[in-house]
Design a binder for this molecule. Structure first.
Ligand code: MRU
Length: 353
């Protein structure tokens, strides 16, 4: 089961439509960069690593289209497709990373547009393969922090659906489960789009991982009463000082965990690190439509008055002081984040202490 992949027969990008889960597992197919941008904006595909791969395939599709139509200003058109892909969701840095990695291989002076499209598609497919390998390594590294018998609160969806496979924090839980460790997951719902209740719970079912869903606001109760040993989540962007920009609610969860001396573990690939930004307060937080908050119904009745307004930031910032361990594919960092992460990003060996 792959969240996103190239369908060679159709010459289209195939992705699981995450809006329909857990009710139905079905796929959508994209044949242009524009369709990929739309799929990202409307959350058919989401989760930081998956967005990186979607961005990469989006550029490849845009290049493919241009190689068929051959407009004179093809490179300007390609740049404009890249811009709209990047802007479709601004917070997860993986999206811009995926787009730019493919774009950087396209030479504006190129006259062989079919060749350029081939190069773009090969690179996007390579990024998708690398995502699986990186996430597997994350799963191995993160599972080392999980003990037999742990109950873990998990936020949002960070599983296979958030990458091509495995994902980030949930991948570590899945790997620990596969190693035979007894883990129990308290899956928080993750209002307003309920990625926890809809997607993480669905993944728990797929892999046979014991779980219960809790409301987001029950987390403090469980953290205080001694029934939880760890909190696990991913990241949409990690800044140079170790601040974590992640799904809204991560900050409150981390505060409650720290107050109760429960370890807070953040699991992310190096591609989610943005060293160009000093701290989380400098990151653009995506504000999503208010109807995501207001459109729910209970017993057939809307949960808010017809004229109610809402605010809907999709992410928040958890300051580095609240993080116990940053798990990356290169190793685990427990302190001195800013020094060690530079060595990881620039590929220099380090003892990770
Ligand atoms: O709005 P989403 O569903 O794209 O948000 C996803 C998250 O916040 C995840 O927790 C995050 O991408 C980190 S791990 C994949």
């Amino acid at each position: 089961l792959r969240t996103i992949e190239w369908d060679a027969e159709r010459k289209q990008v195939k992705m699981i439509d995450q809006r329909l889960l857990p009710g139905r597992l079905s796929y959508i197919y994209c044949q242009s960069g524009e369709q990929v941008s739309h799929a990202i904006k409307t959350m058919a595909i989401r989760g930081a690593p998956a967005l990186g791969v979607a961005g990469a395939f989006g550029v490849a599709l845009a290049m493919l289209e241009l190689s068929q139509k051959r407009p004179v200003d093809w490179y300007e058109k390609l740049l404009s497709s890249c811009k709209s892909l990047e802007e479709s969701r601004p917070t997860a840095v993986n999206l811009a990373w995926g787009v730019n990695r493919v774009l950087s291989l396209i030479n504006p002076q190129h006259s062989d547009l079919e060749g350029a499209a081939r190069i773009a598609l090969e690179e996007a497919s390579r990024i998708a393969e690398e995502d699986v390998a990186t996430n597997m390594q994350l799963a191995i590294n993160g599972s080392a922090l999980i003990d037999d018998g742990d109950t873990i609160i998990h936020h949002c969806n960070t599983g296979a659906l958030a990458g091509v496979d495995w994902g980030t924090a949930f991948g570590a839980i899945r790997f620990a489960h596969e190693q035979g460790k007894r883990v129990h997951v308290l899956v928080d719902e993750t209002r307003p789009r309920l990625q926890g209740a809809r997607l993480t719970a669905w993944e728990c079912e797929q892999y046979g991982i014991p779980y219960e869903i809790i409301t987001d606001n029950a987390a403090g109760y469980y953290l205080r009463n001694g029934r939880v040993q760890k909190v696990f989540f991913g990241a949409d962007r990690v800044t140079a000082n170790g601040d974590v920009v992640n799904k809204v609610g991560t900050y409150m969860l981390s505060l409650a965990a720290q107050a109760n001396k429960i370890p807070v573990v953040c699991v992310f690939p190096i591609t989610s690190v943005d060293l160009s930004v000093d701290n989380g307060d400098e990151v653009e937080i995506e504000e999503r439509p208010m109807d995501e908050v207001l459109s729910l119904e209970m017993n057939g009745v809307k949960i808010a008055p017809a004229n109610a307004k809402a605010r809907n930031p999709a992410f928040d910032v958890t300051p580095f002081q609240l993080i116990t361990a940053w798990v990356t594919d290169k190793g685990i960092i427990r302190s001195q984040f800013s020094q060690i992460i530079k060595r990881y990003v620039y590929n220099k060996p380090s003892d990770g202490k």
